[in-house]
Design a protein around this ligand. Structure first.
Ligand code: VL7
Length: 132
């Protein structure tokens, strides 16, 4: 395994969760709640299966997968979308592509200076529609 991310991790910083949630179309009310949460990550490995639990006092979210095997993910309690997800190692980064309605969606985890980093990304390309 390129990196051992397993363990229980407490969030210590959070940059632009608001922008990420806006891009996902999360309601202002839910965004307000989410911004106040102190998230925890529990990352476990059982054989070749990984389980990532994101927990808080408000909601929990769990995803499990095998490296390199595409799976159906429903982001229940987050933006409630169906995506086809694929997690692979890119060097020491655990990278997930989430193919669905939102373009270039995914996340990456890696360890740096004994800290677990998570980057969640998405890009809504500019869409123009014109009428004559
Ligand atoms: C998952 C928050 C905000 C909607 C509810 C409040 C949040 C928390 O993709 C993620 O993790 C990956 C990698 O570790 C594994 O699933 C981040 C949480 C980020 C997204 C969206 C606000 C609704 C509840 C469970």
């Amino acid at each position: 395994m390129p990196a051992n991310l397993c363990g229980t991790w407490d969030i210590i910083s959070n940059v632009n969760l608001e922008g990420y949630m806006v891009a996902l179309g999360i309601s202002p009310q839910l965004r307000k709640i989410a911004l106040k949460l102190k998230l925890k990550k529990v990352i476990e490995q059982q054989g070749d299966e990984y389980i990532i639990k994101t927990t808080s006092t408000f909601r929990n979210y769990t995803v499990s997968f095998r490296m390199g095997q595409e799976f159906e993910e429903f982001t229940r309690g987050l933006d409630n979308r169906n995506v086809k997800s694929l997690v692979t190692w890119e060097g020491n980064k655990m990278v997930c592509e989430q193919i669905g309605e939102k373009k270039n969606r995914g996340w990456a985890h890696w360890i740096e200076d004994d800290k677990l980093h998570l980057s969640c990304f998405m890009l809504d390309l500019c869409n123009n529609t014109f009428l004559k």
